[in-house]
Design a protein around this ligand. Structure first.
Ligand SMILES: *Cc1c(COP(=O)(O)O)cnc(C)c1O
Length: 385
């Protein structure tokens, strides 16, 4: 049906009407005082969302750009970095760090499992020369539905004293708590098309005072992402290059909605959507790719299809019969898992609808090893519990 498409992919995510309408106006000059006023409000709210008193920068790029900005400002060619890799995004930061000539030491875990924290502690503790410049961690590994124990890893980074914490919080910021100051994080990147409830096109980067000092020391070539320019512009509630003003109009509206909801409610909603989705999927006899509830992502749930059911056919049944788009696995995980995004503008009703649709799609493909309604019943019971 036209205009009924519901996105359950981990970005882009659904956008509220209030945000769409806020963007539907003529652009204004990005150097105007009217726009600076909007930026001032937006920057204040971004700090609130990041639980920081430090700076949060707005960049015109996708989430990957925010992490690139962090790396080129924190590091110099030849620097040693530790990178956590337990999925496609962790692997992306390994590749990126290598592309910038860094000496990369990978701490890995199998797909579907959280990063072990002990190897980070051991490597940082053994580094008595303080040669490790930074540790790059993906907080929520979107490709597998795993949330890494950032709090513990960050405490090991703090104990080292010199290494910077660079965090990909692209699908955790706004879905689960990322207390930037309390955990002592130095660069925290995120993107507009995830829990922010606005379309793709903006990235956000929180920078600590230690992070700013590193920007001054770095000898990495950089221009568009030279964060010192952003810091200077931010003092006038501006950006060094043209701001995507209409996306900022949308951001202003979405941050207002998030503020109205409140941080505790926001995180509780995402936790509830996660628990409900997991209960429903289990009740249908399906296997969760990350079986461990402790490290289960509040933003996305990865599911192993039942034997004989092809992911491509399941996704197309969900789309054709129910106007719901779910994600395939990424890279070599394509066809091995499907992923249900439940971050951003997603309510209890949406997860109930998706559960019923998943039941219908599975049955239409011949999978009948569950009692019809059992997924929905489990979802309802999780929601009322
Ligand atoms: C979406 C995402 C990104 C950023 O991807 P872009 O396509 O550059 O926006 C980075 N990390 C994680 C964990 C993500 O989910």
């Amino acid at each position: 049906m036209d205009d009924k498409l519901f996105l359950m992919i981990p970005g882009p995510t659904p956008v509220p009407e209030r945000v769409l309408l806020a963007m539907a106006r003529s652009p204004i000059g990005h150097r105007s005082s009217e726009f600076a006023q909007i930026m001032e409000e937006v920057c204040e709210r971004l700090k609130w969302l990041h639980q920081t008193r430090g700076d949060v920068l707005i960049l015109a790029c996708s989430g990957t750009g925010a992490i690139e900005a962090a790396i080129v400002n924190a590091c110099s060619p030849g620097d040693r970095v530790l990178v956590g890799a337990n999925g496609k995004f962790g692997e992306r930061w390994v590749d990126m760090a290598k592309a910038f000539g860094l000496q990369v030491e990978v701490i890995a875990a199998p797909y579907g499992q959280p990063l072990p924290t002990e190897p980070f502690r051991a490597a940082l503790e053994a580094d008595t020369n303080k040669a490790i410049r930074a540790v790059i961690i993906t907080h929520n590994e979107t490709s597998t539905g795993v949330t890494n124990d950032l709090e513990t890893i960050a405490s090991h980074i703090r104990a080292h004293g010199e290494a910077l914490a660079i965090v990909d919080a692209v699908t955790s910021l706004g879905a689960t708590t990322v207390p930037v100051d309390a955990w002592g994080l130095d660069f925290v990147g995120s993107g507009s098309q995830k829990a922010y409830m606005i379309p793709p096109g903006l990235a956000f980067l929180a920078v600590s005072e230690r992070g700013w000092q590193a920007c001054e020391r770095s000898t990495m070539p950089r221009y568009y992402f030279d964060l010192r320019q952003y810091r200077k512009a931010l003092k006038k509630f501006n950006t060094p290059f043209t701001t995507p003003v209409n996306l900022v109009f949308g951001l202003q509206a979405s941050l207002q909605m998030l503020k109205n909801e409140g941080l505790d409610n926001l995180f509780a909603r995402h936790a509830r959507l996660r628990d409900t989705t997991r209960a429903a999927v289990r009740a249908m006899g399906l296997e969760l790719f990350n079986p461990d509830d402790q490290s289960a992502s509040a933003a996305i749930t990865a599911v192993i299809p039942p034997p004989g059911i092809e992911v491509a056919r399941l996704r197309s049944a969900l789309k054709k019969n129910f106007d719901i788009i779910v994600a395939d696995g990424q890279g070599e995980m394509s066809g091995q898992i499907f992923r249900l995004g439940h971050l951003g503008f997603v309510s209890d009703r949406d997860v109930l609808t998706a559960t019923a649709a998943l039941e219908g799609a599975l049955r239409s493909l011949g999978y009948d090893r569950f009692t019809p309604g059992s997924g929905v019943a489990a979802a309802l019971s999780a929601l009322s519990g």
